[in-house]
Write a protein that binds this ligand. Structure first.
Ligand SMILES: C[S@@+](CC[C@H](N)C(=O)[O-])C[C@H]1O[C@@H](n2cnc3c(N)ncnc32)[C@H](O)[C@@H]1O
Length: 233
């Protein structure tokens, strides 16, 4: 495999409310080949499921939402995010879809959506790893509750790297061109700087099962994992 161009992706993501940080994320988000590949998978799975009503948790600047709405002309999407700066970018990006796109400010760590759903699909990309673990579990349970029976949850997120195998991950990270410093100390410092709190892959599977879903791993590329989970029909 050829080495890919390296993207640092180092945006201080605890500052989502800052317009410059939001704009910086919006730019770097498109630089990662690993993200591009997993988003292509996510979109293909979503399209094959013939979904209409989609909830996106952590819609950010609307890049994933835009692709869903473009590639699935019959779909409608409700996008949630806690950052007004990100939502402003999303609003401009999604304006052309009119009533098919709705955006709401919401804190994923304390999700309450009494008047929303049910949805055919819930999507979340690189958002939940910013929450503390107990909040991740609660958020996944809340999202699962909003799925119709038979509905599909697609989660693409950063998972924790076991310190014992960090050097091996670093090799793969470099091949993939993802943000992966060469020492464990630098990696852990980067997590803190970015406000990232990735949890182990196994915990995600446990949380999804506990939320009443049947989960699987569709793809794992370095420390980025694409999960699919179905609510029983
Ligand atoms: C890395 S960006 C990803 C955005 C989008 N999903 C994408 O992939 O392009 C993470 C997003 O999660 C949002 N976020 C982080 N913590 C949040 C929270 N507790 N509640 C709501 N949104 C949150 C941020 O505002 C940001 O828009």
């Amino acid at each position: 495999m050829a080495n890919r161009p390296v993207t640092t992706g180092l945006v201080p993501t605890d500052s989502w409310h800052d317009q410059d940080a939001a704009a910086a994320w919006d730019m770097v988000s498109e630089d990662s080949p690993a993200r591009a590949e997993q988003l292509a998978m996510l979109l293909a799975v979503l399209a094959a499921a013939h979904v209409t009503d989609v909830l996106e948790a952590g819609v950010g600047s609307g890049r994933v939402a835009e692709r869903i709405l473009d590639e699935m002309p019959g779909s409608r999407l409700l996008g949630l995010d806690g950052s007004r700066a990100m939502l402003d970018l999303a609003r401009s990006r999604l304006e052309r879809f009119g009533e098919r796109a709705e955006l709401r400010e919401a804190d994923l760590s304390d999700l309450a959506l009494p008047d929303s759903g049910p949805f055919d699909a819930v999507v979340s990309v690189q958002a939940l790893h910013h929450l503390e673990d107990a909040r991740k579990a609660k958020c996944l349970a809340e999202l699962a509750r909003r799925l119709r029976p038979g509905g599909l949850l697609l989660l693409r997120d950063k998972v924790a790297v076991d310190p014992g195998v960090f050097p091996d991950h670093a090799v793969v990270g470099r091949l993939l061109g993802t943000s992966m410093p060469s020492t464990l100390e630098a990696y852990e410092a980067e997590l803190v700087a970015k406000g990232d709190r990735p949890a182990p892959l196994e915990l995600h599977l446990r949380w999804l099962r506990r939320a009443g879903l049947e989960p699987t791993v569709l793809d794992a590329t370095g420390h980025y994992v694409l999960f699919a989970a179905r609510r029983s029909g």
